[in-house]
Design a protein around this ligand. Structure first.
Ligand code: HEC
Length: 160
């Protein structure tokens, strides 16, 4: 019996070592900072600081990859959230969006933070500094709502 457990243990260890050779790409693709939300001149510094702390790891090309993101299979889960996040909305490419899309994204941001669906709960487990207080949620959603309204007034006039 003892021997069997030892074999299982060693087998598991060997498997864990072998799968370390299978890794997803962890990249921060280059981007033009002139196209980022940061340089749009439409975000107060306090709001930007919150977005950078709580959203940019998944919604920008400036991901801070944690050390455990080098370990298989955790890295696959993290890379999948980052890729999914960037695909839905990428603050590094914010100004490439059409005004209509930007408006709807602003509405989504307000909804997602107010309903506390974003930042993803699993991310908050490992990033306590990314937690948003009620005041932070209000700060972000008030900005996104006001920005969305002002863009509606300017319909078609750019606004990015
Ligand atoms: C751990 C990664 C992660 C973090 C951190 C994160 N997101 Fe997301 N976000 C995702 C993923 C993955 C999706 C796409 C899948 C989904 O909707 O769950 C997404 C989708 C979204 C969407 C699009 C929803 C739609 O309707 O298409 C918005 C808006 C959004 N996130 C806002 C935010 C904001 C604002 C923050 C910070 C307060 C944030 N996210 C933090 C991973 C993340």
């Amino acid at each position: 019996m003892k021997r069997t457990w030892k074999t299982v243990g060693l087998g598991t260890l060997a498997a864990l070592i072998v799968i370390q050779f299978v890794r997803p790409g962890r990249t921060n693709p280059p981007f033009d900072s002139a196209l980022s939300l940061d340089s749009s001149g439409t975000v107060p510094p306090a709001v930007l600081a919150k977005l950078r702390a709580s959203c940019y790891d998944c919604h920008s090309n400036e991901t801070r990859w944690p050390w455990y993101s080098a370990i298989t299979p955790v890295n696959f889960l993290i890379a999948s959230d980052v890729n999914g996040g960037r695909r839905h909305m990428n603050f590094s490419e914010w100004r490439l969006m059409k005004p209509e899309r930007m408006q709807s994204r602003l509405g989504n941001i307000s909804d997602e933070v107010s309903s506390r669906e974003m930042p993803l709960p699993i991310y908050l487990l490992m990033h306590r500094d990314a937690h948003l207080s009620d005041a932070d949620v209000k700060l972000i959603s008030d900005w996104a709502d006001a920005r969305q309204d002002s863009m509606a007034v300017l319909t078609g006039a750019g606004g990015n």
